[in-house]
Design a protein around this ligand. Structure first.
Ligand code: NAG
Ligand code: NAG
Length: 352
């Protein structure tokens, strides 16, 4: 007969097993899941694609870029900077909002240009973002437009020493979420793929990375459209550069830096969008792939809002501007005040 033991024995065995499990689970939490990189890792010096530390592998993040508008007056209240308020709203929606926050949180990295004030950086940090200052990029482009310098500086998001993750979703600050966006990282179009079809010109401007990711959504071109905006015959060959999935790479970053000096190849008046669309043109060596139509649109309208479009991209604070519809503006404004209310509530909690 098998000795079954007394009930007390059984209980203590169960307790023992539970303790073992708890210890094991704690170890898993400590070492099993990737921790966000330390500031030292973030500040590490040059990293090449081939020698990309294993630490970046499989890591995901969201990146965005904040510059200060040239007309920002000294002594201005931080909240009068619409781009800053929009960045805060985005961080809140990604990390804290009960209806839109990431189900599996990943780092949200905000790159800031040198002239973004310390108080804004502090606020973004206490909101939960990783804030990294980037140097202004100097370039020898004959185009003197200030937007050009800002665009060149924004390209730091591709620099793996600044954004040390393997798969990153870049988002312009001026967009709002209607639902969580975790699953965008699982889209087939966001998998690393090989380089193809490099031409002589590409080779001269190279070297290119061995693999790349560039998944985005077609430029919608107009405010009046149905939901979904399908472009089913794939006639729209340019993507909107407000949102794209990519893989930071030193080769890619340096390739873009070289492209900066050749606007003759691509410039039509929209600096970063033109450059990225040239680098990732269809038939080229690193052609862009389409994200599912339900993730993102520029020039969003009421149809997108009603239909369940996840990301609505518009300078929503410019009321009455032709960039979006009234219902999208109202929706975005409500998210902004939801963000303010959330932080007020947190403050009240900690001070009581
Ligand atoms: C490579 O170039 C060929 C010929 O121009 C074209 O048919 C093909 O689609 C290109 N491949 C990619 C992946 O763009
Ligand atoms: C795109 O997303 C929609 C909505 O989530 C879904 O119904 C559809 O199946 C997706 N399409 C593809 C090709 O995955």
């Amino acid at each position: 007969m098998i000795q079954t033991g007394r009930p007390e024995d059984f209980l203590s065995k169960k307790l023992f097993a539970f303790c073992l499990f708890s210890i094991g689970f704690t170890i898993f939490l400590l070492f099993g899941s990737p921790a966000p990189p330390s500031p030292d890792e973030l500040n590490s010096t040059s990293v090449s694609d081939q020698h990309r530390p294993a630490i970046y592998k499989g890591r995901q993040a969201i990146s965005t870029f904040l510059a200060t508008k040239s007309n920002a007056k000294a002594g201005q209240d931080d909240n009068e900077d619409s781009y800053f308020v929009s960045a805060r709203t985005l961080v809140y929606q990604l990390l804290h909002s009960p209806t839109t926050k990431l189900q599996h949180p990943i780092p949200v990295v905000v790159l800031v240009a040198k002239d973004v004030g310390e108080s804004k950086r502090q606020t973004l940090r206490s909101d939960g973002a990783i804030v990294v200052e980037v140097e202004d990029v100097t370039h020898s482009t004959p185009i003197a437009a200030e937007r050009w310098t800002s665009m060149a500086t924004k390209l730091h998001v591709f620099d793996p020493t600044v954004v040390p993750y393997e798969k990153v979703l870049f988002m312009d600050v001026d967009m709002v979420l209607t639902r969580p966006i975790d699953k965008i990282f699982q889209e087939l179009s966001t998998e690393l793929g090989p380089i193809t079809n490099a031409t002589q010109v590409d080779a001269e401007l190279g070297p290119l990375p061995e693999q790349y990711i560039l998944a985005a959504s077609p430029e919608s071109h107009q405010k009046d459209h149905a939901y979904p905006f399908l472009d089913s015959d794939h006639t729209v060959s340019t993507f909107n550069s407000g949102l794209f999935m990519y893989s930071p790479s030193i080769e890619m970053y340096q390739y873009y830096m070289r492209l900066l000096d050749h606007p003759d190849l691509y410039y039509t008046g929209i600096p970063d969008q033109d450059l990225l669309n040239y680098a990732h043109r269809w038939g080229g060596p690193m052609s862009w792939k389409r994200l599912n139509w339900s993730w993102y649109i520029n020039f969003p309208n009421e149809n997108d809002l009603q239909g369940g479009m996840a990301l609505l991209h518009a300078r929503w604070w410019e009321q009455g501007a032709s960039v979006s519809s009234e219902s999208v503006e109202q929706f975005a404004f409500a998210r902004r005040w939801e963000m303010e209310g959330y932080w007020m509530g947190q403050k009240a909690k900690t001070s009581s």
